[in-house]
Design a protein around this ligand. Structure first.
Ligand SMILES: Cc1ncc(COP(=O)(O)O)c(C=O)c1O
Length: 379
């Protein structure tokens, strides 16, 4: 399908150059329509009735199935969450820690996850440290070899680093961890909906539907490898995680649902599923990735011709994030100046850079306009 026809489903793309998919994706009209229809159905069937409850359970199952398909894993291994950070927190707080154990993080993790690890370490008497995986010139496995400690129990890292856009070699890292009996928790906020996923060897993967998948905010996903289903203790949990919660002696569900908590806006799932169907109608995950990478590499190439800019990656990007610095304009100011020209990018303090998120929905002409604006903004 022609990209211009596809873009017409996204009202937010009509009046601006939108390059903030890594922050939040725009909602397509079919997603808005599906959510409205779900809310209406809820009112017709209930909202609180046996009929409505059965329907809600069916809807949630469909959403788990949809996420399972995206992640290429079994539905039983899926937990619905509200965000990437919540998914990471379920694993971090649920793992049976022993005092003195160590967590290793990359130096490019999102502040919410870092804060959780710091809090966890304080409460359970653990230690944690970071390793320099955001240096694009180093071999990630060599760095990991240098930084794991005898008591390292878990490695926490992002599949795609949110400031530089580096794609970490997940399969190699998973094998590295398996050889050392280290559990691997992957933050997939910047990879779900970007890369075709292969989670072989990954123990835990947390992500969200509201960025690259263009689903509604408030609906995320956590994958827990079945081997650890009974190891991760339900911690931040509630009635939705129980089997037969109306029975006198309830027990936890025997699948990923055990970590779900309570009443939620399940209508969001209808929106996410509509977004996914729209992406699939345009092309396979591989076709979407190929288009997005082509566009991102093209932009990276063109930025290389602007002497007042420095690209964060020395090699062409392998995902949709393209980050750069201006020789004299601070990132936040540059992002503001671009926004005044109706071009939406963001500054990322952690990388002291401006980040453009390139989606398969991005139009080549939008990148031409971004490059033109950056050429004019010489400082
Ligand atoms: C790598 C990474 N992790 C976590 C987050 C936070 O995502 P959420 O709000 O879904 O928890 C982001 C969002 O920007 C991110 O880029």
């Amino acid at each position: 399908m022609d990209i211009h026809t596809q873009r017409q489903h996204f009202p937010a793309l009509a009046n601006k150059i939108y390059l903030n998919f890594g922050g939040q994706g725009p909602l397509p009209t079919p997603a808005l329509t599906a959510m409205m229809a779900a809310y209406e159905q809820g009112q017709i069937k209930g909202p609180f009735s046996r009929q409505a409850l059965t329907w809600v359970e069916e809807q949630e199952h469909l959403t788990r199935q949809a996420f399972a398909q995206c992640l290429q894993v079994a539905v039983a291994d899926i937990t619905l969450t509200s965000s990437t950070t919540q998914g990471c927190a379920i694993v971090l707080w649920g793992w049976p820690w022993r005092g003195g154990e160590h967590l290793l993080l990359s130096d490019g993790e999102h502040p919410g996850v870092v804060a959780t690890v710091a809090q966890l370490a304080q409460r359970f008497g653990l230690t944690w440290s970071t390793c320099p995986l955001s240096d694009p010139t180093v071999d990630p496995i060599t760095v990991l070899e240098q930084h794991v400690q005898p008591h390292t129990r878990m490695l926490v890292l992002s599949h795609v680093l949110w400031h530089t856009g580096q794609v970490l070699p997940l399969t190699d890292i998973a094998a590295f961890c398996q050889q050392r009996d280290i559990r691997l928790l992957v933050d997939g906020a910047q990879s779900l909906g970007v890369l075709p996923l292969d989670l072989t060897g990954v123990d835990f993967y947390a992500a969200t539907g509201h960025k690259w998948l263009c689903g509604p905010a408030g609906l995320g996903v956590l994958y827990i490898h079945s081997q650890y289903r009974d190891v991760i203790q339900p911690t931040h949990c509630g009635w939705r995680g129980l089997q037969g919660f109306r029975q006198q002696r309830p027990c936890w569900s025997d699948d990923g649902q055990r970590h779900e908590i309570a009443t939620t806006a399940w209508e969001l799932g209808a929106g996410l599923r509509a977004s996914l169907a729209l992406h699939d109608a345009w092309g396979t995950p591989v076709q979407r990735y190929e288009r997005l990478v082509q566009l991102a590499q093209d932009l990276w190439q063109q930025l290389g011709d602007l002497p007042h800019l420095t690209r964060l990656l020395p090699e062409p990007p392998r995902c949709g994030l393209v980050s750069f610095r201006h020789a004299s304009i601070p990132p936040e100011t540059l992002a503001q100046q671009l926004e005044q020209r109706n071009i939406l990018v963001r500054s990322v303090a952690a990388g002291n850079c401006v980040r453009a998120s390139i989606h398969y929905l991005t139009d080549q002409d939008e990148l031409t306009q971004l490059v033109r604006a950056l050429r004019e903004l010489q400082g």
